[in-house]
Design a protein around this ligand. Structure first.
Ligand code: GLU
Length: 485
């Protein structure tokens, strides 16, 4: 078998939609699983949809996610140019369209708007299109040449037979057969000389030796047209793999409105690139066992496109968060600190040991922005309800808590060493003296110094972070609160 060659063929129309990134990932995995080549081709012939800066987004996303292409506009592999607008300038599309004209598989059409508007139209893929009546097919060679010489505007249309059927094969959806009479004589070259999207796509995939095409199933309904082109040229078509729709939790197509439909959205929400890639890999594909955490290398080793499912893939945001949390836990402390720093700095302005705090929260968050509400009590003691001092299991009440805090206050005031270990020792000696359980004393202290029910650290760790002055201040505040309760 020939070397596997896949391509990611984005149109530069804005942010990187999760569905596009999935196509890129699967193309990359199919190639890399078999030692093949992965190529980047920019499909920019639709100038109306072109968005400034979108090409940078494509490059940045691919680099960040590790989907490194072997060939592309910036890496010549001998199949360039790799940008369709540049390919167009080489005349390649016109040349291939003319080949089809020669073969009788396509023809020049000079019909003007007026004539076309008189023809009957049909709704195809939600768009109203004119069903062309093959009027110009009957023009003689001489008539065509005379028109061209006179500079009459033209398009080139594919000549699709009225009889017979066309069968298209997709790896997941199987054979799809349509009556040729249902297919329109589609335009290959537009009146401005630009190729139509479908035509350029087919010519490029063939001339660039692409073996596998992966894309969203919104293209599935146009697939017989692709097949007609391959047949007209007498080319073998690549393996087509149309991916299932990605939906939101309400089973609606994942759209901008969800707020997390693009790679950039997810980065802005604090997700790690590795977790996003891992999550996207599982939008439609699953391994044989139930493994869910994969590095990119593990995906390369395990990916098998035959295991892609046809059923819609639900974008489960809760699962993505869980997955991100797993990646956070597994992260190296220093790297985590570096990435958490902007969030810590945003939440905390007082002088605190941010490195220690980072380590403390690492296993307790799912995304970086979670840090804020986890550590904000360190910045400022929140207002809290004295009911929080009551804890059934710890056997604490408001009264017992008041007593404990009052007895501990002078001990903490006398204490010079505010390290966690030393403070813990103070508490343990007190508990022994009093003959009570640890929690009986720890709970009120932790409540007083944090004002929170849940904290990322224990009482004395918090005190170490806050330092003596702030700790004493908070314990006194707790006493005051309980006395007035
Ligand atoms: N340019 C198309 C898009 O961005 C890709 C179609 C294909 O991969 O064949 O949706």
């Amino acid at each position: 078998m020939s070397k596997i060659r896949t391509r990611f063929a984005p149109s530069p129309t804005g942010r990187m939609h999760v569905g596009n990134l999935r196509s890129a990932l699967y193309e990359f995995l199919i190639a890399k699983h078999d030692g093949g080549d992965f190529m980047l081709r920019i499909e920019d012939t639709d100038q109306e949809r072109f968005v400034e800066g979108a090409i940078d987004i494509i490059y940045r996303t691919m680099e960040k996610t590790g989907l490194i292409h072997d060939e592309g506009p910036d890496k010549d592999g001998g199949f360039g140019p790799y940008v369709q607008s540049e390919r167009m300038k080489t005349g390649i599309y016109m040349e291939y369209a003319k080949q089809l004209v020669e073969k009788g598989e396509a023809y020049y059409c000079f019909c003007d708007k007026e004539r076309l508007s008189g023809l009957k139209s049909e709704v195809v893929e939600g768009k109203e299109i004119t069903v062309y009546d093959k009027h110009c097919l009957s023009l003689s060679k001489e008539e065509v040449e005379a028109n061209l010489a006179a500079g009459k505007p033209f398009v080139i249309r594919q000549n699709i037979p009225n009889e017979g059927k066309t069968t298209f094969h997709d790896e997941l959806y199987g054979d799809i057969t349509v009556e040729n009479s249902e297919l329109d004589d589609m335009i290959l070259i537009k009146s401005d000389g630009y190729p139509t999207y479908n035509f350029a796509n087919v010519v490029d995939d063939h001339t660039m030796n692409i073996t596998h095409v992966v894309r969203g199933n919104e293209y599935l309904s146009s697939s017989p047209k692709y097949q007609r082109l391959y047949d007209a040229f007498g080319w073998e078509s690549p393996v087509y793999i149309h991916l299932p729709l990605i939906t939101d939790e309400n089973h609606k197509k994942l759209s901008k409105r969800s707020g997390h439909s693009s790679f950039e959205d997810l980065l802005e929400q604090g997700f790690l690139t590795e977790a996003i890639v891992n999550f996207i890999a599982l939008l439609g594909w699953s391994p044989e066992d139930n493994t869910e955490i994969f590095t990119l290398d593990e995906l390369i080793a395990n990916f098998d496109y035959k295991r892609i499912s046809k059923s819609p893939a639900v974008f489960d945001y809760t699962k993505l968060k869980w997955m991100n949390g797993e990646y956070m836990k597994a992260m190296d402390d220093d790297k985590f600190y570096e990435m958490a720093l902007p969030y810590l700095k945003q939440a905390l302005t007082r002088e605190l040991d941010l490195k220690k705090i980072a380590t403390m929260v690492k296993s307790r968050i799912e995304v970086f922005p979670d840090i804020c509400q986890l550590v904000d009590f360190l910045e400022e003691l929140p207002a809290y309800d004295p009911v929080m001092y009551e804890h059934k299991k710890m056997k604490t009440t408001k009264e017992s808590s008041l007593e404990v805090l009052k007895e501990l206050l002078p001990k903490f005031e006398a204490q010079e060493d505010y390290s966690n270990d030393a403070l813990y020792q103070v508490l343990v000696s007190y508990v022994e003296e009093k003959g009570c359980k640890n929690g009986y004393a720890m709970w009120p202290v932790r409540t007083a110094v944090s004002g929170k029910q849940m904290t990322p650290a224990g009482a004395t760790e918090i005190m170490e972070l806050l330092g003596k002055e702030e700790s004493i201040y908070r314990i006194k505040k707790g006493i005051e609160l309980l006395e007035n309760a």
